[in-house]
Design a protein around this ligand. Structure first.
Ligand code: GDP
Length: 425
């Protein structure tokens, strides 16, 4: 049985917490896309952790944590992250890394920085962790798979030479930077090989065998639907698919094995980076929601950047759930809204004088204006409540309004950052 935990919005929906919770009843947890550019925040018995590359299952003794082939694998980051949690008292987790995962190379990070500098104000808001150059190379077929680290030097050097013949032209002539030396890359890859060797595994074979044995697998998505390169707000998207369907490819399992798609929806909106954001709010109104948001404010887990804030967007979230193929919704950070007298919800987009409820392509999105319906707030702290019927009436009305808009059952309501802050319906 495979369950996926994915985001319906722009990311930062609180997937880390939901994965951590569902991890309790899983045997294997798999990261299937993205890199160490985004992050999950998890609060558990060991403390508060920001994970960037490790799956959220690393805190449990009974789970195996897997980095799937779809991930942009930054080897030093992975090793650093393992050390950082072990240093804080977490028992050494069981980690497997796909031999088909590709490696973020030092020049991917360099190219990311150079490109952001070149684009200056017109940049895509990259975290400069090399993710876009990494995926470009993967699809240009000049990436390095983990398995290639174990080639003999002659073959490895031949490939390095071939890749650098392209990289160095761009580096010297477009970015005006010194060329990269092939032996430097060879040495780096030797270091990477030694670091990663203990974890390397034929992951798809392992997973398919585990599924036959009845093991419970959890696929852990990063970011959300609206950052998907095909179905999101292209080009202000990430470089690998954020959809549950891609979990099958990025982990190496048959698509029909994914039976449950828990789609995490945030009770208000937040986004990082540039791009259209229809229900965005500004000024003091945004500052207040940002400072009260999440667990200690809405600031990037990796970058510390203040997130852009907005009201709940039913148009984007319904689309977000539909593209994920949501079987259930986990509605998160609802407790944050307890300070509001009135809560606007974006229920439509007005484009050229017409109101639509369907999420449009980017070119039309640029013209969209939000149509709001305003709901009454509940004006109290709902943290600590464990039963749905104990929630204030206006809070239940807000949840049920959102559920109707989404057209998917909200089976979990998260009312605080801790594992136990959850209401099952
Ligand atoms: P992810 O990338 O989707 O896992 O999201 P992040 O970890 O970036 O953001 C979620 C933030 O909200 C984290 O700081 C969580 O601890 C926090 N969080 C998750 N669920 C809740 C909730 O129900 N209420 C509150 N107040 N914070 C939450």
């Amino acid at each position: 049985m495979v369950t996926a935990v994915v985001g319906a919005n722009w990311g930062d929906e609180g997937k880390g917490k939901i994965t951590d919770m569902l991890g309790q009843e899983s045997d294997i947890i798999v990261r299937f896309q993205g890199g160490s550019n985004a992050g999950h925040t998890i609060v558990n018995n060991y403390g508060k952790f920001a994970l960037h590359i490790l799956p959220s299952g690393v805190f449990y003794n009974h789970t195996t944590s897997i980095i799937g082939n779809g991930v942009a694998l930054n080897i030093p980051d992975l090793i650093r992250e393992i050390k950082s949690i072990v240093d804080r008292g977490v028992p050494m987790p069981k980690i497997l890394v796909s031999d088909r995962a590709q490696i973020v190379m030092p020049y991917h990070i360099l190219f990311d920085q150079c490109e952001e500098e070149r684009l200056a104000g017109k940049s895509f808001g990259s975290t400069k962790s090399g993710i876009a150059p990494f995926y470009s190379d993967k699809y240009a077929k000049i990436g390095f798979q983990v398995s290639e680290l174990f080639l003999d030097d002659e073959d490895l050097l031949a490939k390095i030479r071939q890749v650098l013949s392209v990289k160095n032209v761009i580096l010297e002539h477009l970015y005006k930077k010194p060329a990269i030396d092939e032996n430097e890359i060879l040495n780096t890859l030797h270091e990477y090989r030694d670091m990663i060797a203990p974890y390397v595994c034929d992951v798809s074979t392992f997973l398919q065998k585990s599924l036959k044995e009845g093991k419970r697998v959890l696929l852990e998505g990063q970011l959300g639907t609206l950052k998907d390169p095909d179905h999101g707000i292209y080009p202000m998207v990430t470089s690998s698919s954020t959809l549950a369907a891609y979990g099958a490819i990025g982990a190496g399992i048959p698509p029909y094995e994914i039976k449950r798609i828990v789609t995490v929806v945030k009770a208000y909106s937040s986004a990082v980076g540039a791009g259209e954001f229809i229900s965005e709010i500004f000024g003091e109104e945004a500052d207040e929601l940002r400072n009260r948001g999440g667990d200690g404010g809405e600031f990037g887990a990796t970058t510390g950047r203040p997130r852009r804030m907005g009201w709940f967007d039913a148009v984007a979230s319904r689309y977000g759930c539909r593209m994920q193929g949501a079987t259930d919704v986990a509605l998160t950070v609802l407790d944050v809204l307890g300070y509001l007298e009135k809560i606007p919800v974006c229920v439509g987009y007005e484009i050229d004088g017409e109101v639509t409820k369907d999420f449009p392509v980017t070119a039309k999105l640029a013209k969209a204006k939000p149509v709001y319906e305003v709901l009454d707030g509940w004006k109290c702290d709902i943290r600590g409540i464990r039963k749905y019927e104990d929630l204030p009436e206006n809070c239940r009305k807000y949840i049920e309004f959102i559920e109707k808009e989404l057209g998917v059952n909200i089976t979990m309501v998260s009312n605080g950052p801790k594992r136990e802050d959850i209401i099952y319906r």
